[in-house]
Design a protein around this ligand. Structure first.
Ligand SMILES: Cc1cc2nc3c(=O)[nH]c(=O)nc-3n(C[C@H](O)[C@H](O)[C@H](O)COP(=O)(O)OP(=O)(O)OC[C@H]3O[C@@H](n4cnc5c(N)ncnc54)[C@H](O)[C@@H]3O)c2cc1C
Length: 493
């Protein structure tokens, strides 16, 4: 491998941060370009007075030994302060309160209590086992495979257990359900709202393996001090200390082939040379980096990205609502409240995050920040007048407020009420139409998902629209996967 080749990573969300740090460890000269003035993307933050609010992501999973977040922190030699999350998520569903916690036995007892007629310890054990083994298998069977040939080449080295898991990536999770479970509306609703927040898809039609991870993840959660956005800042401090170049307010507008590799152009007219590129902006944005009329190379890549963009249409956006609170707070920082169709333009549940009582970075003593998010269809916010946007925004915020007060009557609103629509996400992350969550996992589709290798000459994809996508843990994995592929390709030159 040549000495210190140049790599440009586009986007300082968790995928870009992960790719940049792993490439830096492999001795590449890494430049990380970010359009916003701060890092984190969908897992960023903003400050008001003495409060620090999460803009999107609030939970952090993948912290157990050998899992992607833990490995990234170890590689960065970073031990950020984290608080224990037990219960992980408390679900409020039709009068039931179900605490999904750190310990399997406790979670089983909660589930038995909530669903006595259809509870099956065997079913949950199955999901736990898949979750336990999946990350081990990822080390033997890197996802996504760079090509069908690479996928096939792994098969002889796989154990029977690994092969079984690989099959579970293809089959829908409904195969895991008993007839009784499939027929219970309330049980399905419970599972669906867990996978909709983790996989952007309903349980039954998600791949069995992803669905298991999506339902079980509350047992592997920690609460990062200052929120995920602060974790992003700490990781980037390491990146810069180790010699990485980080440029904020640098929006990439085009990528061109050059004699020595590629030239990355910013909207401000800056040029960056690179032998290798990792794109973490969604595929819907990335296609516009390539000028269809420029040359055959640009045309080929544009067409490939356009195929992805047409195959996987952006669908979900997020509506978020933040405020500073005082009064009494419930046990547990994370709550999912089912909405029972009470929200106009919102989803079937709201996810509520109370900052940890000891997290003084987020809120001063006696107060906490509250972040509420719900899924919303992008269609609800496109092609409507400003007046209509304002109306929908206020209506949804009020409905969320009422729901919140019903479930947490002792918590009082203090100040800084602020809500965000997909348009807000568009303004701050550039993501196409403000779409978030990436490409939903669907059974029978995993082999069609965007691969990390966009073009063998040195352009790679990571982030929530590259398989395995979605959630901080997955995009960190995808960033590492892109870095691994680059290392492999450079060694073979
Ligand atoms: C409301 C909400 C709640 C969520 N909750 C959780 C949660 O609790 N736990 C969890 O694990 N996940 C959660 N997620 C998902 C998680 O936030 C994302 O999956 C993850 O942060 C995506 O990371 P990424 O790096 O792929 O993309 P992004 O975070 O979108 O990062 C991409 C970056 O690229 C930058 N960029 C875009 N275009 C350009 C350009 N042209 N030039 C330069 N830079 C560019 C953007 O500004 C952005 O910083 C949530 C998401 C939302 C929206």
């Amino acid at each position: 491998m040549k000495n210190n080749p140049e790599v440009v990573v586009i986007g300082a969300g968790f995928a870009g941060i992960s790719a940049a740090l792993y490439l830096q460890r492999a001795k590449f000269n890494v430049t990380l370009l970010e359009s916003h003035y701060r890092p984190g993307g969908c897992a960023s933050f903003y400050k008001r007075g003495r409060f620090r609010f999460d803009t999107g992501a609030t939970t952090l999973s993948g912290m157990q030994p050998g899992r992607p977040v833990r490995e990234l922190l170890e590689m960065a030699e970073l031990s950020p302060r984290m608080f224990d999350a037990d219960p992980g998520i408390t679900v409020h569903l039709q009068g039931k309160v179900i605490r999904l916690g750190k310990y399997f036995e406790n979670t089983l007892a909660e589930l038995k209590n909530a669903f006595p007629e259809i509870h099956s310890a065997k079913f949950w054990q199955k999901l736990f086992n898949i979750d336990r083994d999946a990350f081990k298998i990822l080390k033997l069977l890197p996802a996504p495979p760079a090509s069908l040939r690479e996928a096939i080449s792994f098969i002889p080295s796989l154990s029977f257990k690994a092969l079984q898991l690989a099959v579970k990536m293809l089959l829908p999770a409904r195969f895991a359900l008993s007839k009784q479970q499939r027929e219970s509306k309330v049980f399905l609703q419970f599972l669906d709202q867990l996978t909709i927040i983790s996989l952007q898809n309903y349980f039954s039609s998600s791949p069995w393996l992803s669905a298991a991870l999506g339902v079980i993840y509350p047992h592997d959660m920690m609460i990062p001090e200052g929120g995920p956005g602060y974790l992003a800042e700490q990781l980037l401090e390491v990146f810069e200390r180790r010699g990485g170049k980080l440029k904020y307010k640098t929006q990439v507008s085009q990528i061109q082939k050059s004699e020595s590799g590629f030239t990355v152009l910013s909207q401000k007219g800056e040029h960056f040379s690179a032998e290798q590129i990792v794109i973490t902006a969604p595929v819907w944005n990335a296609k516009d980096f390539f000028d269809l009329d420029r040359d055959n190379f640009s045309k080929t890549i544009f067409k490939k990205l356009n195929r992805y963009a047409n195959k996987f249409k952006p669908y979900w956006g997020a509506f978020t609502f933040n405020f500073a609170a005082t009064g009494k707070f419930p046990t547990g920082c994370y709550h999912q409240v089912h909405t029972d169709n009470t929200l106009s333009f919102g989803g079937d549940s709201i996810f509520i995050t109370f900052s940890h009582p000891e997290d003084k970075m987020k809120a001063p003593e006696g107060t906490r920040t509250v972040t509420i998010s719900t899924h919303t269809e992008l269609e609800n916010w496109t092609n409507i007048s400003e007046e209509e946007t304002l109306y929908r925004r206020q209506l949804l915020a009020n409905q969320i407020k009422i729901l919140f007060m019903k479930h947490f009557p002792e918590t009082q609103f203090l100040k800084f009420e602020h809500n965000a629509t997909p348009q807000t996400f568009l303004n701050f992350t550039n993501r196409y139409k403000g779409s978030v969550g990436g490409i939903p996992h669907r059974a029978f589709e995993f082999h069609r998902m965007p691969s990390s290798v966009l073009h063998k000459s040195g352009i790679y994809l990571a982030g929530d629209t590259a398989f395995p996508g979605q959630g901080i843990v997955s995009v960190i994995h995808s960033g590492k996967r892109a870095a691994d592929l680059i290392c492999k390709s450079m060694k073979s030159r």
